[in-house]
Unconditional design. Structure first.
Length: 189
């Protein structure tokens, strides 16, 4: 399926993550995320060694990038890892569980829309295939979604800007974006 299909699933799946963080609370969301991360790593390893899991193997076949075939489900695993690390920081270091949901917003909406817009309209590459057009679209989407969670436009813009900048780092953006957003939210609030 291509990048647009992959990012559509990213946005839909990520939205469930945000809803679960709000609905179940930070501690329960953290437990579920850690369990999913461990299960995902185990299933990935088994698929990489040739075992078939009907649903998971099909999802990997449909959505995995060709250059990530050595670690099946890498995008989802890194999503869980980034979310789990964010939740750990928010709950146990910052003691601010309320920042979890808004810290996930730039990853879910900003990253997803950035990739879709960049593939469709991107003409000016910044780094590693990421484009000015995609980054601006992601920033805008992140701002609009964060406006539902944060009380001030200054906070919305600051969190979105830092998270979208983190997307450009030579790290997996599924990890860097929520952590960067969480740190900014902790500093601001």
């Amino acid at each position: 399926m291509g990048e647009i299909g992959r990012k559509t699933i990213h946005i839909l799946f990520g939205s469930l993550f945000i809803v679960s963080a709000v609905g179940f609370g930070g501690e329960t969301a953290f437990t579920i995320t850690c369990a999913a991360l461990i299960a995902g790593i185990m299933v990935s390893n088994l698929i990489a060694h040739g075992l078939e899991f009907p649903v998971f193997s099909l999802l990997v076949e449909l959505f995995e990038r060709d250059n990530d075939r050595d670690m099946p489900g890498k995008g989802a695993i890194m999503f869980f890892a980034g979310a789990a690390f964010l939740m750990f920081l928010a709950l146990f270091v910052f003691q601010r569980g309320e920042i979890i949901a808004p810290a996930l917003v730039p990853l879910v909406f900003g990253d997803g829309i950035a990739a879709i817009a960049g593939k469709r309209w991107g003409k000016h590459e910044i780094i590693n295939g990421k484009t000015v057009e995609g980054t601006l679209a992601g920033f805008t989407a992140s701002c609009l979604a964060l406006a539902l969670f944060l009380p001030s436009w200054t906070a919305v813009i600051a969190v979105s800007a830092v998270a979208m900048a983190a997307e450009l780092l030579p790290l997996d953006d599924n990890f860097s974006m929520p952590v960067a957003a969480g740190i900014v939210l902790y500093i601001i609030f």
